[in-house]
Design a protein around this ligand. Structure first.
Ligand code: FRU
Length: 556
């Protein structure tokens, strides 16, 4: 469904940026490359319809036309359009001098690529950040009749870094008065100079209506810092949080603070999300969150018990491929919609695609809940994704018995892109394990999602991509340890709702908590689904699990 404008089939303007640097595991990103000159109205690098790796392109996930992509940036809804900017290096397929790539969409599904929005300049590379609609023209960068969109980003000054200084990251702004089509960097940049912290980046700004101020949260190495402003140009330090909060096995990046009502109690709460690398739930990059309160100056987490032997933090996603995610600013109807970068710094730069690298996750609506396990975020794939459904394959058998049930997906014709939605009744039998395996015809290459009530870790989900295609491009891509997530529900019914694309799976368990997002690279698309139940004792109980509901759709 991703539409590439014919415009981008025209030769793109390329410009020289030199050698490719690499992002280290600690994301102390190093480079020997000088900032690129900004050509006039350049397009993103050209999409190559004959690229040999096009069979690994997702059907419906956002990817750059060509070149390297990491974090989503500046996500905002404005005048009927969702804007997605992204960390972009158009001249290589590894991390390099960072630009903000740009795309717009009416529905977060079909994206139209636009010219690159922000180029590196003499002040540095353009690192991650956010965008807001300055509807009162508080910044004075637009007019009362035509208030601006304002982008807030980090300058990463390579010269400063190379000189061994610690002050090479600062916060800056740019503005647009033409619906994000062109951007002007503010004369007074940086708006927040470095405050003596080496890792000082990724500003995310919101309008704090209760306190009539703009609030910025940014990552400062092992904590987040909050700043307040009346006008987006003058910022005052408010407070910091996190030095003594878990988790600290990596550097903190890409934080976000937003309000969300607890559904069950209608209590107003706030959520602080933080990305960490390394130290993710199942290795490498990951994102976690704190439910809490915001008083206009500081954030206090709600300290509640987490009833899991393995978890000390709340993970947005237990998969290895959801990083640096944030939500759209200014979304209609108070909607909080999240998208992340569907990769991991452990191996992102060496995955087996060459003409482009990385995709974004599907958009997910967030909601906050009072649960038996404390205040927890849930994620649901956005309704708009239903538009991609092609043919439906209902699973109209009442029970999945012990043993193997094969379902041929090839008739859906969508080459590995399917939505699978199953609800099973856990209470009426003593079966112990359910596997959903997606494989190609001869079954030697497969990706597996499982639920287990036995198996060492009880009441847990797992995924296995160890044989889902090549894995030898990086030892951390498919280590022996499976990806594991605890079950965060006591419900007698279990829902497994998975979005498969050509090279990824995003599985929403129960009401959307936990979630596991994984990428993989099978040469042949998966066309077979196998359901496998095991462990029933057969003593006075029926075998297997009853299928309350089951549907499969092709997606395109
Ligand atoms: C996260 C990150 C950010 C930084 C950007 C650089 O993946 O390291 O902290 O702004 O990527 O591309």
């Amino acid at each position: 469904m991703q539409k590439l404008l014919p415009l981008f089939l025209i030769l793109a303007l390329l410009f020289s940026c030199g050698a490719e640097p690499s992002a280290t595991e600690n994301t102390a990103i190093q480079s020997d490359t000088a900032p690129a000159p900004a050509p006039e109205k350049a397009l993103p690098a050209e999409y190559d319809a004959n690229a040999p790796d096009n069979h690994l392109r997702p059907n419906y996930h956002f990817t750059p036309p060509a070149g390297w992509m990491n974090d989503p940036n500046g996500m905002i809804y404005h005048e009927g359009e969702y804007h997605l900017f992204y960390q972009y290096y158009p001249d290589g397929n590894k991390w390099g001098p960072m630009h903000w790539g740009h795309a717009v969409s009416p529905d977060m599904i079909e994206w139209e690529h636009l010219p690159i929005a922000l180029y590196p300049d003499e002040k540095g590379y353009i690192f991650s950040g956010s965008a807001v609609f300055d509807w009162q023209n508080s910044s004075g960068l637009g007019t009362a009749d035509n208030p601006p969109l304002v982008a807030i980003y980090t300058y990463h000054d390579m010269a400063g870094e190379k000189a061994g200084r610690d002050d090479f990251q600062s916060q800056a702004i740019a503005f647009s008065t033409d619906k994000g089509r062109t951007w002007t960097k503010y004369d007074g940049n940086p708006v927040i100079p470095n405050r003596g912290v080496r890792d000082f980046r990724d500003p995310k700004v919101i309008w704090d209506a209760d306190h009539s101020q703009w609030v910025m949260v940014l990552a400062a190495q092992d904590r987040v810092q909050f700043f307040g402003s009346p006008n987006l140009t003058d910022w005052t330090f408010l407070s910091e949080f996190g030095e003594n909060a878990r988790n600290h096995s990596g550097v903190w990046e890409c934080p976000e603070l937003f309000p969300l009502t607890v559904m069950e109690t209608q209590d107003d709460a706030w959520v602080l999300t933080v990305s960490i690398n390394p130290g993710g739930a199942n290795g490498g990059s990951g994102t976690f969150y704190f439910p809490g309160d915001w008083d206009g100056k500081s954030f206090s987490p709600r300290r509640e018990a987490i009833f899991s032997p393995t978890d000390t933090v709340n993970w947005i996603d237990y998969g290895r491929d959801n990083y640096a995610g944030v939500t759209f600013s200014n979304a209609p109807d108070g909607r909080r919609t999240f998208m992340g970068w569907m990769s991991n710094w452990n191996y992102a730069q060496v995955v087996p695609t060459e003409s482009w690298r990385s995709a974004m996750t599907i958009p997910r609506d967030l909601s906050l809940h009072a649960t038996d396990f404390g205040t927890r975020l849930r994620q649901q794939p956005v309704e708009e994704l239903k538009k991609m459904r092609t043919k439906n394959l209902p699973l109209d058998f009442p029970r999945i018995g012990d043993g193997v049930t094969n379902i041929d997906l090839s008739e859906l014709g969508t080459n590995g892109a399917y939505e699978v939605d199953l609800t099973i009744d856990l209470v009426d039998s003593d079966a112990t394990e359910l596997n959903l395996t997606l494989s190609n015809k001869n079954g030697d290459v497969f990706y597996r999602i499982g639920y287990s009530r036995a198996r060492g870790v009880t009441n847990a989900f797992f995924t296995d991509r160890r044989q889902a295609g090549p894995t030898d491009f990086h030892e951390k891509f498919a280590p022996e340890s499976l990806t594991v997530a605890p079950r965060w529900s006591n419900d007698g019914e279990l829902r497994i709702h998975a979005y498969f694309d050509r090279t990824s799976a995003e599985t929403f368990f129960d009401e959307g908590d936990p979630v596991i997002t994984d990428i993989f690279f099978p040469e042949e698309p998966f066309t077979m689904l196998t359901l496998e139940v095991s462990g029933s004792s057969g003593e006075g109980m029926p075998e297997g699990w009853s299928l309350v509901k089951g549907d499969i759709w092709g997606l395109e």
